[in-house]
Design a protein around this ligand. Structure first.
Ligand code: XMP
Length: 475
């Protein structure tokens, strides 16, 4: 309870999950949750957990119920249902089901197949059989809002502006007169972190921008213009492209590329950090999904430095305190913070770009010549996608330089050139992705421009595979 009590909770939400309460080791809720007399909302698996723990019965599912159902309210006055129509569509996805409610519970709503689609005990404990958090439950947000505001009594006064003010004062307090460093990549998270910390401690922050030579056209210049000119930050720009290219010589295996780039990155970063003298803090763009995934050791004391997926692992032996001001935010909130801090829209809405950069979009060995070809092709893809106003709708859109060469004809001449693939996907979180149904005319324009404007390329294909089974990147 210690950790949670410190947060002074107003209530608990027990989330859904894939397990059955009957499985050995199935997660249950700590009993203090029920003993706290605070409101509890169990969703799907969470409902089954509280049913089991409070003395009800669950039937093991023989059949999975998946899809739309219509919820009918039987207790329209429940505060959980404020502003809800008497019937509303909900999304079901469960195997097990409540057979007998725990003592003192009554049914508040039902569907055709679930007599206990919503149950409550009149003392603030509720269970929902369906999923209020998905888009297929149109009134789901209202239900969650009712729980949080009406039942738990929360106020919803968290705003981006308050967040920025509070972060600035806590960063100042934490850092004192110390010095902080940060790896700047030009991506959204590292840019927002650097800007926020700079706002708090000014020149006590130094950003290190390691240019590994695997970036896209104009990427370095654009990042620099924003930060040094517009925001006046201390930035060390390390042009390490020669070093990285050399290190990548002869490497064709994707994971070996990643490893080589990660290791080299750490070396360069450390060398530069050592030049600054004594440094006390390392700023990182850790977001809440990373925190959930790694349940990391927290931001205090000589924290273990988590492998950063964007830079391929930062110096493990540097015993620095971590500054992670975004660790409770999701990506969309980070973008809002960026906008509020005055970062240009172009930077805030950038599509994700992998830490190893173009190296994993060149199949086979990375060479200077291939980097130039890919940069030129990628520039066209980006340009056309932006012109078509599709850039923000797509999770990622880019070019890949394959190691396939094929025969073509240009004018009266036979050509033998590279095959470029175009990849554009929609996704919410990169875990799964669908290939984007780009308009044919746009694909035609991209293809024409690439073969006409990029020397060495005579064929363009469009990748029409989703993830899974493919991944977004080709390597
Ligand atoms: P995949 O290719 O696994 O990519 O479907 C999922 C997301 O992760 C990005 N990605 C990487 N990012 N270092 C990174 O910083 C990497 O080694 C790496 N590999 C893939 C990819 O761009 C996509 O957004």
């Amino acid at each position: 309870m210690g950790k949670i009590a410190q947060l002074n909770p107003r209530g608990f939400i027990l989330s859904g999950g894939p397990t059955s309460v009957y499985e050995p080791g199935a997660p249950l809720a700590p009993t203090y949750i029920y003993e706290s007399h605070l409101p509890v909302l169990g969703i799907c698996y969470g409902m089954q957990v509280l049913t089991k723990q409070l003395g009800g019965q669950i039937t093991p599912g023989t059949r999975h119920e998946y899809g739309h159902a219509i919820l009918h309210l039987s207790e329209v006055d429940s505060p959980l249902f404020a502003s809800l129509p008497s019937s509303t569509p909900v999304w079901m996805s469960h195997g097990d089901q409540v057979q007998e409610m725990p003592p003192d519970f009554t049914t508040l709503a039902y569907t055709e197949t679930s007599p206990f689609a919503v149950m409550g005990n009149g003392k603030g404990i509720f269970g929902l059989q369906f999923h209020p958090e998905v888009v297929h439950t149109p009134e789901g947000k209202t239900i969650l809002r009712n729980f949080v505001y009406q039942i738990c009594g929360c106020q919803g006064n968290w705003t981006i502006g308050n967040f920025i003010d509070e972060s600035i004062s806590s960063i100042r307090e934490q850092v004192g007169k110390g010095k902080a460093i940060s790896a700047l990549s030009g991506g959204v998270d590292s840019s927002v972190v650097a800007t926020l910390i700079h706002r708090a401690i000014g020149d006590q922050l130094t950003c290190i921008f390691v240019d590994h030579g695997l970036l896209r056209r104009e990427e370095v210049e654009r990042t620099f213009n924003v930060f040094r000119l517009n925001l006046g930050m201390n930035i060390i720009h390390v042009d390490a492209s020669e070093r990285f290219l050399k290190r990548l010589q002869g490497i064709t295996d994707p994971e070996m590329k990643r490893k080589a780039i990660g290791e080299e990155f750490i070396k360069v970063f450390e060398e530069e950090a050592n030049k600054i003298g004594k440094v006390d803090f390392l700023a990182q763009g850790t977001l809440y999904p990373d925190v959930i995934e790694s349940a990391s050791s927290g931001s205090k004391a000589s924290a273990k430095i988590k492998t950063h997926h964007n830079v391929g692992g930062l110096p493990a032996k540097m015993t620095l305190n971590l500054l992670e001001p975004l660790r409770y935010l999701f990506k969309d909130e980070v973008r809002q913070v960026g906008l509020e801090l005055g970062l240009p829209e172009e930077m805030v809405w950038r599509q994700p770009f992998p830490g190893p950069g173009l190296a994993i979009r060149i199949i086979g060995e990375v060479t200077r010549e291939k980097l130039e070809i890919l940069r030129a092709a990628d520039w066209i893809v980006m340009n056309e996608i932006k012109k078509a106003k599709l850039y923000r709708q797509l999770w990622q859109s880019f070019a890949i330089l394959t190691d396939v060469k094929s025969v073509g004809v240009m004018g009266d001449f036979r050509t033998y050139g590279y095959l470029v693939s175009v990849r554009a996907v929609t996704s919410n979180d990169a875990m799964t992705a669908d290939w984007a149904r780009l308009p044919y005319d746009l694909l035609a324009q991209i293809s024409n421009r690439i073969v006409n404007e990029v020397p060495g390329v005579n064929r363009v294909v469009y990748d029409i595979t989703s993830k899974p089974p493919s991944t977004i990147e080709w390597e």
